[in-house]
Design a protein around this ligand. Structure first.
Ligand SMILES: [Fe+2]
Ligand SMILES: [Fe+2]
Length: 468
């Protein structure tokens, strides 16, 4: 399979996080640096290039004048580090050696404060003998290593993402950053800063406004590190969306969001080889994985400032309505509706998200699986969830029967007929400005949604255990 630029950014991001956890010569760090250089060489060979440049423009990662949207949000660690080095990106030569990659990871892992300027940062690389990694001047500088800066905003627009969504990227970088930090702190046995995560949840809700569609597009990217941070943000978004749909009080929605962001905090105690394992877990691995709800609740209780709702969600999000699931629980445990809602959001997100071993299920297929699993979910909340999201949830890209492409703005009264905004004409060209269209209106009865513009996956539901 061809190597994608996102794969390279993923490996870069993961390498930095590994080096922050482990020492320089740890087998994990060595193996990772070897994997990174091998994949980079393969990527450059396939591209017919001799260098790889990853740039930073504003708060966004850029490769060959394409904004790497998912990478910019989920890989905000790289953005932060490059900015701390006062540079506008890194250029890697094809001949870069694993030891140089390790030296670079070590350099950025040991940074305690931003360096004064680019010359100082370059001197740090020189001092380590790193020759095949170069730091670029910042984006505004005429000597920036990237391509013509004028072309970037054009590519960013990309036909699908509104200016509003692009403006929200920094807010989402902070949310990802705070959840990622909570997981790193918990893995490190440090206290989790629940207040900051709650504050980020509040900012996220504010920026949500009426733009749920844009937000869901923004966060609809595979996770780079553990598949847990992105999953948690999407679960939080879904829970908050349902809270709003039910006209719940603002404070409650905020707590729901915070609970979603931290519900899998216990996974920070699960070894990586289990988290990243593709395919079925052994009985022993499953046992370790199934400890994460109790560990999560213990981590949050130790932090002293988590709300009962957040602790309950961490502890009970794998409990089923029929009292099965885990941890083994007394009958009263399932009576918390907020936890039951997060259970629904958790499973739905895992079913509809991309994972390394599967593509995404469509919402329709996810609903079928969930409805078929008798006794698993709170029945009223599951019905509410399906009505609120519809068959084509906000943010989905759909193909209409007239050949136009659209993005869903809102579920309609009829769950098959959402309100959409046209993004592409019949000939496939992007529209100049999006046209709203209510498929529930009488005059559009002859137009239907022909399908979602993403593929269905075949995956055993048992394989989802590590994903949720
Ligand atoms: Fe979980
Ligand atoms: Fe989860």
């Amino acid at each position: 399979m061809a190597v994608k630029v996102d794969d390279i950014v993923t490996l870069l991001s993961r390498g930095i996080s590994r080096r922050q956890i482990y020492f320089d010569n740890h087998p994990e760090v060595i193996a990772h640096s070897e994997e990174f250089t091998a994949e980079l060489k393969r990527f450059l060979d396939e591209q017919g290039e001799s260098t790889f440049f990853l740039g930073v423009a504003g708060r966004q990662l850029v490769y060959e004048s394409h904004l790497l949207l998912g990478a910019s949000i989920i890989g905000c660690r790289i953005v932060d580090l490059l900015q701390e080095l006062s540079c506008g990106g890194i250029r890697l030569q094809c001949s870069v050696e694993p030891w140089e990659i390790r030296a670079w990871f070590g350099l950025v892992a040991d940074l305690t404060e931003p360096v004064a300027d680019l010359a100082t940062a370059r001197a740090l690389l020189d001092a380590k003998g790193i020759r095949n990694i170069e730091l670029s001047p910042v984006y505004d500088d005429p000597n920036w290593f990237g391509q013509e800066s004028d072309s970037i905003p054009h590519k960013i627009a990309n036909g699908n993402l509104s200016d509003n969504a692009i403006a929200m990227i920094p807010a989402y970088q902070s949310v990802y950053g705070s959840v990622e930090k909570a997981h790193t702190d918990a893995a490190d046995d440090s206290a989790v800063d629940v207040d900051t995560t709650r504050e980020m949840s509040g900012n996220m809700m504010k920026s949500m406004g009426d733009s749920f569609m844009d937000i869901m597009q923004l966060v609809d990217y595979p996770d780079f590190d553990s598949y847990t941070v992105g999953h948690s943000v999407r679960v939080a978004m879904l829970a908050a969306f349902i809270g709003r749909y039910l006209n719940a009080p603002q404070d409650f929605i905020l707590e729901l969001g915070a609970a979603g962001l931290l519900h899998d905090i216990g996974k920070s105690r699960v070894p990586d080889d289990i988290i990243f394992k593709r395919g079925r877990l052994t009985a022993e691995e499953r046992h370790i994985m199934e400890r994460h709800p109790e560990d999560g609740a213990a981590i949050l209780l130790a932090g002293n400032n988590a709300s009962p709702l957040t602790i309950s969600a961490a502890w009970g999000h794998h409990l089923r309505y029929d009292y099965k699931g885990y941890p083994a629980s007394p009958p009263w445990a399932i009576q918390n509706n907020a936890t039951a809602l997060l259970h629904i959001c958790d499973v739905y997100e895992a079913l509809t998200a991309v994972r390394p071993y599967k593509k995404a299920f469509s919402p329709r297929r996810a609903y079928e699986i969930m409805l078929f699993d008798k006794g698993a979910f709170h029945p009223v909340l599951l019905r509410t969830f399906i009505s609120a999201l519809g068959l084509y949830p906000a943010g989905s890209c759909v193909l209409l029967s007239n050949g136009e492409r659209a993005v869903v703005a809102k579920a309609g009264v009829d769950i098959q007929r959402p309100l959409v905004e046209i993004t592409h004409e019949r000939d496939g060209s992007p529209v100049i400005s999006r046209r709203p269209l209510d498929l529930g209106a009488a005059q559009t009865r002859d137009i239907e949604v022909n399908g979602l513009l993403n593929a269905e996956a075949n995956v055993e539901s048992a394989e989802l255990s590590s994903a949720v």
